[in-house]
Design a protein around this ligand. Structure first.
Ligand SMILES: Nc1ncnc2c1ncn2[C@@H]1O[C@H](COP(=O)(O)OP(=O)(O)OP(=O)(O)O)[C@@H](O)[C@H]1O
Length: 250
C-alpha cells in the first residue's frame, strides 16, 4: 500500500521559497493503478520524485508498504520525463540495467527480457544506442526496463507522450497486460484524460500550483473490456474535463 499524508514540499530558489505541493493526502492499495492529472507546474513530477526517493526533504508522511521510501530496500521503477536512459549503453544494456542494479538472478531475466523486447516492438534495435533511437523508441526501452524489474511501485511520468496515437494505444494495452500479470502498484502522470480513464483505477486531479488534491475519482470503467469504444468512456472523459475546466480556472 502507498500512503501519503499531509505532504507539503517547498522549493527554495534564488532566495525565495514556494510550495510545489501542499497538504497532499492519498492512499493507493497494493496492485492498484493511479493516474495523476493536473495543470503544468502543479507539482506532478515533484510528487513522483518524492515517491522515488529522489527528493527527501518534505513535510508529511510518505510510505510504501508501511515503510518510509527507501530505494535501496524497495524496488521502485521510475520512468522520468526524459526516460533516464544511459547514452553510452545500448538498448539491451539499458533494459538490463535495473535488474542488474537490484542484483536479481540474471539467467531468469534473459528469457523475460527477450519477450519484453518483442512485446514492446524493439526487435532489431537491441544494439543501438539511445542517440540512435526516436523519442518513442527510447520511451519503449524505458518501459521495458521498468517492466522487467517487476517493481513494488512503478512510477511513470508521461510515459506514452512521445508515441503516435496508434502506438500509444498499443503500448497502453501492453502496459495493462503486463500489469494484469504482475499487479504492480503504479502511479502515472498524464496530460491525457483518455489515458487517465483507460489506465487509472483511481484518477487524482490536482489543482493549479501549488498542487493540492482537488478530486479523487474511483474509476468504474477501469479494466472493462474494449472500454475505449463504450459510450460511458466518452461520457466520463467529458465529465472529468468539465470538472477540471472549472477547477483549474478558479
Ligand atoms: N529543482 C527545482 N528547484 C526549484 N523549483 C523547481 C524545481 N523543480 C521544479 N520546480 C518548480 O516546482 C513547480 C512544480 O514543478 P513540477 O515539475 O513538479 O511540475 P509538473 O506538474 O510536473 O509540471 P509539468 O506538467 O509542466 O511537467 C514548478 O513551479 C517548477 O518550476
Amino acid at each position: 500500500m502507498i500512503r501519503i499524508k499531509d505532504l507539503t514540499m517547498t522549493y527554495e530558489s534564488g532566495g525565495a521559497c514556494y510550495d510545489a505541493l501542499r497538504d497532499i493526502s492519498l492512499e493507493l492499495s497494493a496492485g492498484e493503478t493511479c493516474a495523476i492529472i493536473g495543470p503544468s507546474g502543479c507539482g506532478k513530477s515533484t510528487l513522483l520524485k518524492i515517491l522515488a526517493g529522489i527528493i527527501t526533504d518534505f513535510d508529511g508522511t510518505v510510505e510504501i508498504n508501511g515503510q518510509p521510501v527507501m530505494p535501496k530496500q524497495q524496488i521502485i521503477g521510475f520512468i522520468p520525463q526524459n526516460y533516464g536512459l544511459l547514452p553510452w549503453k545500448n538498448v539491451y544494456e539499458n533494459i538490463r540495467l535495473g535488474v542488474k542494479i537490484k542484483h536479481k538472478k540474471h539467467h531468469e531475466q534473459e528469457e523475460h527480457l527477450a519477450s519484453m523486447v518483442q512485446l514492446l516492438g524493439l526487435g532489431g534495435l537491441e544494439y543501438r544506442f539511445p542517440g540512435e533511437l526516436s523519442g518513442g523508441q527510447q520511451q519503449r526501452v524505458a518501459l521495458a526496463r521498468a517492466f522487467l524489474l517487476k517493481p513494488d511501485l512503478l512510477l511513470m511520468d508521461e510515459p506514452f507522450s512521445a508515441l503516435d496515437a496508434m502506438t500509444r494505444e498499443e503500448i497502453q494495452n501492453v502496459f495493462l497486460s503486463v500489469w494484469r500479470k504482475h499487479s504492480v502498484s503504479t502511479i502515472l502522470v498524464t496530460h491525457h484524460m483518455e489515458e487517465a480513464v483507460y489506465l487509472g483505477r483511481k484518477i487524482v486531479i490536482l489543482s493549479a500550483a501549488p498542487g493540492k488534491v482537488s478530486k479523487i475519482v474511483d474509476n468504474p470503467l477501469f479494466g472493462v473490456d474494449d472500454v475505449r469504444n463504450h459510450k460511458d468512456f466518452f461520457q466520463l472523459c467529458v465529465e472529468l474535463r468539465k470538472m477540471i475546466k472549472e477547477d483549474w480556472s478558479m
